[in-house]
Design a protein around this ligand. Sequence first.
Ligand SMILES: [Zn+2]
Length: 313
Amino acid sequence: MNRKYKKLTLLMVIVLMMGVLSYNFINGRKAKSHSEKTTKQQVSNTKESSTVKNKNETAENNEKDREFKDGILKYNDKSVPVIMYHSIDYEAGNELRVPKEKFREQMKYLKDNGYTTLTLGELYNFMFNNKPVPEKSVVLTFDDGYKDNYENAYPVLKEFGFKATVFIITNCIDKDKGFLTSAQLKEMQHNGIDIESHTLNHDKLNELPYDKQLETLKGSKEFLEKLLNKKVKYIGYPYGKCNNDTVKAAKDAGYVMAFTTESGWSNKNQGIYTLNRVYVSANHDMKEFERRISNLNYNVSTTTSSKKKVKGQ
Ligand SMILES: [Zn+2]
């Protein structure tokens, strides 16, 4: 009997041990799979948070700049025509206002002739980092921020899928009827139009002391950054007017590139804070438009080699 009991007890101990072992084994697996799940969850949470972060970054930064690899390219030893427009509308006797039909014809010419319209980010990468751009590149800029830029230029730019930049007088936004509203600026920004600064009040920068220049350069930049949730990095000087203090103030305010109204294609040798632009007025016919964007020396007169100054606003 004693032996029988001993055998039975041993058997029961063995069964019990097996039970404990298998319980531990199953629970161990469960625990492992749970920890795997947790890790996966953590990874997916990290992924989600990084997606959110990326979204924020996208919203804050300007549209992604393209990298150009195909076709005939040029580097920053060459120049790029940066066209300067103001108003896109007709007004008798006002050459700063280019009629819509004329503007569309010019844009169609660019499209039909294989031109690439660069963003200012792409121009900056070209100028500052020597990233190549297509041989036939142009930059489209509009000064002041007239409401006709939205009504007349914007539909044409959208039609051709063109990039462009509008330099805004920020104190005119939502205040002056003739100028763009904040809603229009937001819409344009979402459709490939870059919004940058043209000071608070269209100030003649060269007539202001350094601290006043800094104030208007900073104020307009901060206003646009808040309104559009992006970095504002570029400025068109009103009337093209600037001096050494302007360049210093533009740098100190956080701009990385700036434009005058000095006539000519933009080249890094002009200084990245004093780049030339190509003036296009209502008085120019298509032949003159073509000449200005295809001939680097369009502004060199045959009688004198001095540069012709333009009185852009
Ligand atoms: Zn202006």
